[in-house]
Every structure is written in structure tokens, then in C-alpha cells.
Design a protein around this ligand. Sequence first.
Ligand SMILES: Cc1cc2nc3c(=O)[nH]c(=O)nc-3n(C[C@H](O)[C@H](O)[C@H](O)COP(=O)(O)O)c2cc1C
Length: 284
Amino acid sequence: MTNEFTDVRMLDNFYQTSSFFPMPVVLVSTLTESGQTNLGPYSLCFPHVVTGGRDYAMMLIARGTSNTAQNIIRSKTCAINFIPDKKKYMKNCVALGYPGESTEEKMKNSIFTLLPSTRSNGDDVRHPEIVKEAVQIFECTWDESHPLQDNKELIEYHFLLRINKIIMKPKWYQCLLKGKGFPRIPIDYGFRDNVRFWFTKHSSPYKVPIPQEKSNSFEMVKYACTRFDPEVTWEDEACSKILKVPSIFLKKVISGIVKEAKKEGLTVITPEFMDKIRNKRSGG
Ligand SMILES: Cc1cc2nc3c(=O)[nH]c(=O)nc-3n(C[C@H](O)[C@H](O)[C@H](O)COP(=O)(O)O)c2cc1C
């Protein structure tokens, strides 16, 4: 066979109609005019600004007439709730994703438990409630400076959502710090027909190590240092001092340094502190 691929006709919603496209399933909570929390299921919700040290943002694509879009435009606030992968939750998501229902109508059928937002109310801004069952939640504010539409005829709205806070269940936070253990979160398979959404079950994630021969880059070491213990920060020059440590020992070395720092009540690891430890270890 000369041609191993077949052309696929691209249609509107190409990610559902013309391809298989793995996506998250999140419940976006927003505030109605009367102050009730609305939950809408969304899959077109991806990281959009990921570097620069601040102003991180997500992109949410939502039908302009949805409760979610209208609520974000009015109140500018929302929360992205990452719910666990359970069939009963996905069933309820599909029920909450039926277009045209008012918040009052649809929320009667919600099986999710709502809790107050963790954002402070000091500034008198009201925020939507969050979902208790969620593994993690991004509490966000809409950045109006980003264009809402690419094209005035499009009915899809593009919301650049600045992340104010990420909160997580403590159990999963420990897994994040240790790099061990993963929550089961659902994947929307993209493809859908007229009557069904499809979600994939996935088994435990498996690891693929970075090839040993690639030496540690500064970014990789800085990343490993920064994420090790949230109470301890690292100066860049301190990270540079462990660039040559083989990657399989890196975590152990970082752990030893953090332990020493904590013993001395330090919260910032400086190059001077690294020199001090090295001298101590070499008997100097
Ligand atoms: C799993 C799932 C994913 C969805 N993803 C999106 C999406 O990314 N964008 C969108 O506009 N609608 C999406 N929908 C449809 C919306 O949920 C639907 O428009 C619903 O009416 C939104 O609720 P709301 O009006 O309360 O905001 C999805 C529905 C389901 C069930």
C-alpha cells in the first residue's frame, strides 16, 4: 500500500467529529446573577500560560450562550474542579451538560457536594462554590484583555482564565511531592456520536525515564529542587552546584540538603550553605 493514511473530512468540532482526541473532563463552577453556583462539564480546558513565574492561565472554550460563559462574563470568576474518574460522576456530568437548562433546573439533579470557595472574601468579591469530590481545583479569574472570540461569527468563546489558586486534597498533594501515586482522573475520548459521549478507563500511569546519557539541565535540577519541599526555596546558584549529580541520585541529594537546612531553621538554600555542607561532608 503506498498511502498509509486516509484523509479525514474536517467538520465543525473536528476534535469530536473528525478525530480521537484525549481531553480532561472538568466541572466549571460559576456564579449566577442570584448567587447560585452553576456546574458545567467542560473538556476544552487546557493550560495556556505556563511559564514566567506568575500569571499562569488556562484556556476554556465554551459555547457563548452557556450558563458558564454568561456567568464568567458577568462575574469574572470561576473554579475548575477536577473530579475523579467514576462512572456515576461521568453520568452526572453528561446530565449537567445538557444545553438549554437553567441553573435552578439542572442543579437539582447534581450529585456533587458544594463547599465555599477558599479565596478570601476580604475584597467583597463573591466566588462560586467548589466541588468537594474534586481531586484538585483551580480557582480562576477571567482576564478580559484576551480576545473572547477569534471571529465575531463564532459562537465559541475563548476565556483566558488566570489561576489565582491551586488547591488539592492532602493525599494527592503528598503524592505530587513524592512523585509517587496518581489520582484516577477521567479522559474524554473526543469522538462522540449523536447520542453518546465516550470516556476512557485508564490503568495506573507508567514511567518512562529520561535517558541516562543526557546530563541534567539547569531547568531540570531547579524543577526537582523547587518541587521537593514547598517550605524551602532554592537560589539558582545553589541549584547549579548539583548539576553534575547523576539523575538517579538527585532526589536523595536534594533530600539530604533540605534536611540539613531544616535542622538549621533555614527556608532559603544559598550557594554558601551548599559550600558549607560540602565542606562538612568532606571533613573540612
Ligand atoms: C464531558 C463533556 C464535555 C464538554 N465539553 C465542552 C466544552 O469543552 N465546551 C463547550 O462549549 N461545551 C462542552 N460541553 C457541553 C456543555 O457542558 C453544555 O453546553 C452545557 O450546557 C454547559 O452547561 P452550562 O450551560 O451550565 O454552562 C461538554 C459536555 C460534556 C458532557
